[in-house]
Design a protein around this ligand. Structure first.
Ligand code: 5GP
Length: 208
C-alpha cells in the first residue's frame, strides 16, 4: 500500500452557541481517529456535566494571566465576559505528527489563528436554519439562566455577522448531513498538495 504522509491541519468550527457545533464536533471525533480536539483554558464557571481537562481546563483568572504572560496560548480572547485560550504546545505536537486538530473557538480566535498559522487553518462557520430555531435549541439545552440565554441570543447576530472570516459556511438543518459535509471538507483539505510530505520523491519514483 502506498503510504503518503502529510502535515496535520487545524480545523476550526465556529457558530453562535446553540447552532449544533458541539454535537457536530463530538460526532466527528467519534468517526475519525485522525483528528483530536484542542482543549481550551477558560476562566468561566464549569457547567453541569462538564469535565475539567476534557471540555475545558477551568482556570482561575490569575493562572490564566500567568499563562498569557508565559506565551502558552496560540490565541486567546474575551468572549461573553470570560477569557478563553488555546494552549499552543499540544496543537503543534499533533500537527507535526500528521494529526488534525479540531478547534471550537470564536471568530476572534479564528482570525488570530489565520494570521499566525496561515493555510494550516481550515475554517467552517455553522449557521442555524433560523434565529427562532437557534433560540429553541438554546432553551432546550436549559443549562444557562434566562439572562444568559437572552445575552447569547443578542450576541448571536453579532457572531453571525463575522461569517466572512470563514472558508466554508454550512447551514445546520440536519446534524448527520452537516457532519457528512464537514467530513467531505476534511477529506478534500487533507489532499491539498502543500500538506503532503515526500511527494517529490514519490512522483520522482513514478517518473523513473
Ligand atoms: P462556551 O462558554 O459556551 O463553551 O463557549 C463560548 C464561546 O467561546 C464559543 O463561541 C466558543 O467557540 C468560544 N471559545 C471556546 N474556547 C475558545 C478559545 O480557546 N478561544 C476563543 N477565541 N474562543 C473560544
Amino acid at each position: 500500500m502506498v503510504n503518503i504522509r502529510r502535515k496535520g491541519l487545524m480545523l476550526v468550527l465556529s457558530s453562535p452557541s446553540g447552532a449544533g457545533k458541539t454535537s457536530i464536533s463530538r460526532k466527528l471525533l467519534e468517526l475519525d481517529d485522525q483528528i483530536k480536539m484542542s482543549v481550551s483554558a477558560t476562566t468561566r464557571k464549569m457547567r453541569t456535566g462538564e469535565v475539567d481537562g476534557k471540555d475545558y481546563y477551568f482556570t482561575e483568572k490569575e493562572k490564566f494571566q500567568d499563562m498569557v504572560n508565559k506565551g502558552e496560548f496560540l490565541e486567546c480572547a474575551l468572549v461573553f465576559g470570560n477569557y478563553y485560550g488555546t494552549p499552543e504546545k499540544p496543537v503543534y505536537e499533533a500537527i507535526d505528527n500528521g494529526k488534525d486538530v479540531l478547534f471550537d473557538i470564536d471568530w476572534q480566535g479564528t482570525i488570530s489563528l489565520q494570521k499566525k498559522c496561515g493555510r494550516k487553518v481550515v475554517s467552517i462557520f455553522i449557521l442555524p436554519p433560523s434565529m427562532a430555531e437557534l433560540e429553541k435549541r438554546l432553551r432546550a439545552r436549559a443549562q444557562d439562566e434566562e439572562s444568559v440565554i437572552k445575552e447569547r441570543m443578542s450576541k448571536a447576530s453579532d457572531e453571525i455577522s463575522h461569517w466572512l472570516v470563514y472558508d466554508y459556511i454550512l447551514v445546520n438543518e440536519n446534524i448527520d448531513q452537516t457532519v457528512e459535509r464537514v467530513k467531505h471538507i476534511l477529506e478534500a483539505e487533507r489532499h491539498k498538495r502543500f500538506r503532503l510530505k515526500g511527494m517529490e520523491g514519490f512522483v520522482g519514483g513514478l517518473l523513473g
